[in-house]
Write a protein that binds this ligand. Structure first.
Ligand code: SAM
Length: 188
């Protein structure tokens, strides 16, 4: 799958991030995981193997990716535990019910705050929120890394999201320099 993703330019989690998923799931032993941004199902499958008792719900907007993800998940033998929902996360999330042990945010980089807010109803004091790619190639830290106009907005929004995560007194957040930056947060 990693080779396919590299060949077809589908962005998937880095190997470091994959190791972190195994470590965190080994400690936390999650039973319900919510993922925003499935792509071809690589990280969902990682969660499936790293958390053998977990039911995983994952949301993807691109129809072709949904088909590919479902095929990969079936091939991995995980179709009974991973449910791929097709649609825009901002439209699907309001109807997602119940609490999750892990919420993994890995979709449109300019919309993390919106995704987070829509998931708040699904968080408890035990929920671990993992936000991937928060350093966005260094752009939120240093404007000179911003290469195109569109990235300026994304970078500003990611900066605001990181400020929210670190300043909101309800959450405790650590930023790790793994992959393209990952934020680990939980309700205090
Ligand atoms: C970085 S990729 C996800 C990679 C995947 N988590 C992995 O590591 O295997 C981001 C995915 O989010 C999807 N996406 C972007 N905006 C979305 C939205 N608003 N709702 C649902 N999916 C979205 C994209 O189509 C893309 O497939």
């Amino acid at each position: 799958m990693r080779e396919f993703a590299e060949r077809t330019l589908v962005p998937i989690i880095t190997r470091d991030m994959e190791r972190l998923i195994y470590t965190l799931c080994g400690i936390k032993k999650p039973r319900r995981i919510l993922e925003i941004g499935t792509a071809i199902g690589y990280s969902a499958i990682c969660y499936g193997f790293a958390a053998p008792e977990a039911e995983i719900t994952t949301i993807e907007v691109r129809e072709r990716s949904v088909y590919k993800a479902r095929a990969n998940i079936e091939e991995a033998g995980l179709k009974d535990r991973i449910n791929v929902i097709h649609g825009k996360a901002e439209e699907i999330l309001p109807d997602i019910e119940g609490y999750f042990d892990i919420i993994f945010i890995d979709a449109a980089k300019g919309q993390y705050r919106k995704f987070f807010d829509l998931c708040e109803k699904n968080m408890t004091h035990d929920t671990l929120i993992i936000s991937d790619n928060v350093l966005y190639k260094g752009m939120p830290c240093d404007d000179s890394f911003i290469d195109e106009r569109r990235n300026k907005t994304i970078s500003r929004r990611m900066k605001d999201y990181l400020s929210f995560l670190s300043e909101d007194p309800r959450f405790e957040t650590s930023l790790l320099a793994i992959g393209d930056g990952v934020a680990l947060s939980y309700f205090k």
